[in-house]
Design a protein around this ligand. Structure first.
Ligand code: 8IG
Length: 277
């Protein structure tokens, strides 16, 4: 059990993968599920998917698991859930994302991904709510992530760890997703540090260098998932058009509304994709 002031990941000489292995042992003990097949991080807008994926075997507060941070919002406990799909797969659902902008370091940001790998998961499904740069996209639309631009100036990898990031967001898995919904568009996810949204000039920069989606979470997690040997599928829910792309300023209320309206639709899509993986 850890809190924000006492986390084994914060020791400079800590071994993040050993701590992830401890966390995986905690999960096995607390859920009674020895091994998970797929892990799924639910970002804003995607929360309803868990109920549709299968039967919840166990729900545990993330604070009971080694290395997990207390949630950023007080009174809002992040949970880890073990769900069994109708097809018999064990899915670890991570509802406790730590964001880079919380300022507790990149080890804490990717701890859930490393833990998922240590539970046995071979596939990491990363979802988020994000801004859209393509004018044709509408708030409430889900898109596949095809690649990323990491503009955090940071990496979850430590030391001389030269990990290849070709086909980071698996083409094979994207094709499976498109077999469920052929209308799914895809784009390059651009991770900014946040927590502020971009200026219109920054959005134009992201566009000029090949970005289509702007967000604050997924790129660092995907790098850690690749290092851990997992296959990655990424989904963004476009909750707003990025700053300057639409005519009106960004409001948090608008973002929440678009997410709410889309939630049942994208959750059903995600549940079908997970069963097909
Ligand atoms: I929801 O417009 C959501 N998350 N960086 N920019 C960035 N992150 C986001 C945005 C956005 N919308």
């Amino acid at each position: 059990m850890t809190d924000i002031h006492d986390n084994p990941l914060d020791a400079p000489d800590a071994d993040p993968s050993a701590i992830a292995a401890e966390a995986a042992a905690d999960i096995a003990r607390l859920t009674g599920v020895e091994k998970h097949d797929i892990a799924l991080t639910l970002g804003s807008g995607w929360g309803k998917a868990a109920e549709l994926i299968g039967e919840t075997v166990a729900t545990i507060p993330a604070t009971e698991v080694t290395g997990f941070s207390k949630p950023a919002l007080e009174g809002h406990v992040g949970t880890l859930r073990s769900i069994r799909t109708p097809g018999g797969k064990n899915v670890l659902v991570i509802g406790a994302r730590t964001h880079y902008y919380e300022g507790h370091g990149v080890r804490r940001v990717v701890h859930s991904v490393r833990t998922a790998a240590a539970t046995g998961a071979k596939v990491m499904v990363l979802t988020n709510g994000a801004g859209g740069i393509r004018e044709t996209w509408k708030p409430g639309q889900p898109v596949l992530i095809s690649d990323h631009l990491n503009l955090t100036a940071d990496s979850p990898l430590e030391g001389a760890t030269f990990v290849d990031l070709t086909d980071l967001y698996s083409k094979r898995l994207r094709e499976i997703a498109r077999s469920i919904d052929p209308s799914l568009d895809e784009g390059v996810y651009t991770q900014f540090r946040g927590p502020h949204y971009e200026t219109p000039a920054e959005v134009q920069m992201a566009k000029a260098i090949g970005g289509h989606i702007v967000g604050m979470s997924t790129a660092l997690e995907a790098i850690a998932a690749r290092e851990a040997g997992m296959e990655i599928l990424g989904f963004s829910l476009i909750t707003n058009l990025a700053a300057g792309i639409q005519q009106t300023p960004l409001s948090h209320g608008e973002v929440i509304e678009a997410g709410k309206a889309a939630e049942p639709v994208i959750s059903a899509l995600l549940a079908r994709v997970v069963e097909a993986l």
